[in-house]
Write a protein that binds this ligand. Sequence first.
Ligand SMILES: NC(=O)c1ccc[n+]([C@@H]2O[C@H](COP(=O)([O-])OP(=O)(O)OC[C@H]3O[C@@H](n4cnc5c(N)ncnc54)[C@H](O)[C@@H]3O)[C@@H](O)[C@H]2O)c1
Ligand SMILES: [Fe+2]
Length: 447
Amino acid sequence: MPKQPLPGDRKTDDAGPHHHEVVLLHLPHSLLFLMRNIYHLRCGSHNPNPSGNGVPMIAIDEFLFPRRLVAAPGAASRLGRLMLGDQVPLGAVMVIADSIVHELGLDRGLVTDLEDNGYQPLVFAEITGEPDDLVLKRAVAAARSAGAVAFIGIGGGSALDVAKLVAHAVGGDVEPDELRGPVAPIADFPFLALVPTTVGTGAEATRVAMFAVGGAKRAVLSPQFVPAVAVLDADLVAGLPAPVVAATALDALSHALESAMSTTSNDLTWQFSVQAARTVLDRLPPALAGDAEARGDLLYASFLAGVALNAGVVLGHSMSYVLAARHGLAHGVGCSLALPYCLAYNQTMDAPRAARLAAEVLQDEASGLLDLATRVARLSADAGLPTDLLGFGSGTEEPAQLAARVVSDYPRPTNPVPLETGRLTTLITHLRSGDLAGAWTAMGATP
Ligand SMILES: NC(=O)c1ccc[n+]([C@@H]2O[C@H](COP(=O)([O-])OP(=O)(O)OC[C@H]3O[C@@H](n4cnc5c(N)ncnc54)[C@H](O)[C@@H]3O)[C@@H](O)[C@H]2O)c1
Ligand SMILES: [Fe+2]
């Protein structure tokens, strides 16, 4: 079973990206946001972990960010020129594409630009949803026989994860079967660019790649999986089906809020968490109504939330994994069910921090964590996502079974409130009937 990285796992040598360059962000407030971050860090005026004596505590163990971010409509079709300018050697470039993305021709501009700039693109478009070891092995074999020296992933988290894994396997001469957990960085990690076409995982910013072996998901971790180039091209999400927009945006919102609740949250991840959460709350409704600019904003928010994952996720993702496995749900649907209840469970976390999270995300000093949970639940319902388990035929025995699996398979040492099977059973009993108010009352007692 996959486990999220423990804080100790994150102490790997960072042989990966180290230049933090933002080429172009398409949101007007983005620059202000980054400038505000720098102001806060220099002046210590923001502190999600107040020490109580007014002295800011800024402790950042490690913070990974792609070496370059390019965010602009049409940017994917300029990647070949960018690679040439960056002296990426000419040769075979493997483009690992989601099959639907390829059928829709969303990778065409990228492939043409690679050819125009002297590269030899090899398109591997066999990613049909969550990848397994079989498709990974086929991709590795194709890359080796083509002599691929650079790798580009284009698609949802599934395609991006395969690109990370193939780059590592081919560059380090590692067999796919050996890939599990934290892997040692390799000497010359090949050029890797990631181009997301969904608005959820933020995989273009994370150190994680997942694939399934025999039906069980396996997480592979390397700082080198944070790519040389992340490309946010809003044109690629303009036609994304509304149910995928809704589910993946709730995945991004979960990354944003869970990373902020994590005990490993720091001043910098907090900034990304808050901005990502605000953007999803504001921009999902118009994005679902077909507003292309709002969809581009969600793509950006998904990236921000991926950066916030430097602090990892907490209980919500544990619940989402067991819910998705039990009822065959997309990852984002499981996240949307779990997130308000994760907030309910964690309401007894550090009080100033909880108050600050709600106030900053909702931009209202009077708001509390319950207001935030209610707003999230309403957003999911309005987006057409399920808000209870009864519709899936969930029986009365299910909450205790799911709670036991959360604790045994996905323990979260970084959750701000310790996971306890009895309380989780009560929590999931309320989730089963969609009773957030009841969950809030039940979880309000001191654990
Ligand atoms: N690396 C990480 O940090 C990380 C984090 C969380 C999840 N994941 C992994 O990511 C995967 C989930 O990613 P996802 O939610 O993006 O889903 P996905 O990649 O499986 O794609 C979801 C669906 O959307 C389709 N699709 C993608 N882009 C499209 C477009 N532009 N137009 C039309 N259809 C499109 C795909 O064909 C697929 O059917 C899982 O395998 C999960 O394990 C990775
Ligand atoms: Fe997720």
